[in-house]
Design a protein around this ligand. Sequence first.
Ligand code: CO8
Length: 374
Amino acid sequence: MHHAAITGSGVFTPEAVITNDALVAAFNAYADRWNATHADAIAAGKAEAMAHSSAEFILAASGIEQRYVMDKTGILDPEVMHPLLPARADDAPSLMAEMGLAASRAALAMAGVTAGEIDLVICAASNHERAYPAIAIEIQQLLGAGGFAFDMNVACSSATFGIQTATDMIRAGSIRRALVVNPEICSAHLEWRDRDCHFIFGDVATALVIERADLAQRPHFAIRSTRCATEFSNNIRNNNGFLRRTRPGHMEDRRDMQFMQNGRKVFKEVLPMVAAHIAGHMAAEGVASDDLARLWLHQANKTMNDYIGRKVLGRDPAPGEQPNILQDYANTSSAGSIIAFAKHSADLDPGALGLICSFGAGYSVGSVIVERRG
Ligand code: CO8
């Protein structure tokens, strides 16, 4: 059996930034307009006035300070309240492919691997901008990669499930090198007119090169073990899909066609699931808390990460032991833990152990134990 290693990582960060203050100003302007338009219904008790959002609430509840997005003009326009991403011709690169390509090129450069040496491209993300052909095959073609490619979706856990899939294929000998790409356009499936969630998500793309460990040319992270788990829940859900047009009234703008969640329930149910998952994975690998030099967690909520860090390490994580990037990027779904890994791993000494963990809709949780080499 072969061993696998992460030899390259790349992050594509969109140029447009939205601070909490700018986001809240746009939302509140929208709410004021809506309340003015519906003043009679509100006065008659037939409609509820929209409440204002607050930058203080957002920071305290989530730890998020800003987010990057592919377009901010529409999101910040109270008349629009969604990103404006014009349709592209079928023969032009799709948005996800373009974002994924930038991250992939950075990951390939870091690994010292050419696109032609890649045998597998997985585009693992929360949503794919079309049903087919697979975005992964488009990325494969645009890069000039070999082998085969496919899309997968396990919401926030897409990247870690992709890592396990690629690692297992390397172990079995069916491929030598894979690219796991995570282009996340969360802004396009977020309801920016809902104050309960309008602050949660941002856009980004990440990519990892995963190679047979004996082929690695540079310092890398050997993949010691991967573990995935799922448990069905409706607490994070999006009902958009191709059956929409088969239903009467399908043209109406339904709230459940965007991201929906019961955040409190998710918080309460996912935390113990993740803590138990990581503890079980570490125990199975004979890894004790003191053996772990770094935790790269899913980036949804600072309080959640503080709790998991304490549970896993048995103490408050020291600064830098459990790096968060959510204050800058917000929740970027599957890409969050990979951004944290890409930006906060190069300093680890050979032999140091770390753990990547993602969790979210499904529910789903995926963990990867890695060891610094070289
Ligand atoms: N401004 C001011 N007040 C607000 C706002 C706001 N923006 N939003 C809510 N409030 C109010 C509420 O109305 C409530 O008021 P009241 O007490 O009067 O009812 C009060 O503040 C408290 O609200 P909450 O109970 O909702 O606040 P929480 O402390 O629970 O914080 C969070 C909300 C931050 C959402 C928190 O619950 C959380 O982070 N939960 C975990 C969520 C999570 O991790 N989800 C994972 C989702 S990601 C995923 O799985 C990927 C999905 C696929 C990607 C989709 C891309 C779009």
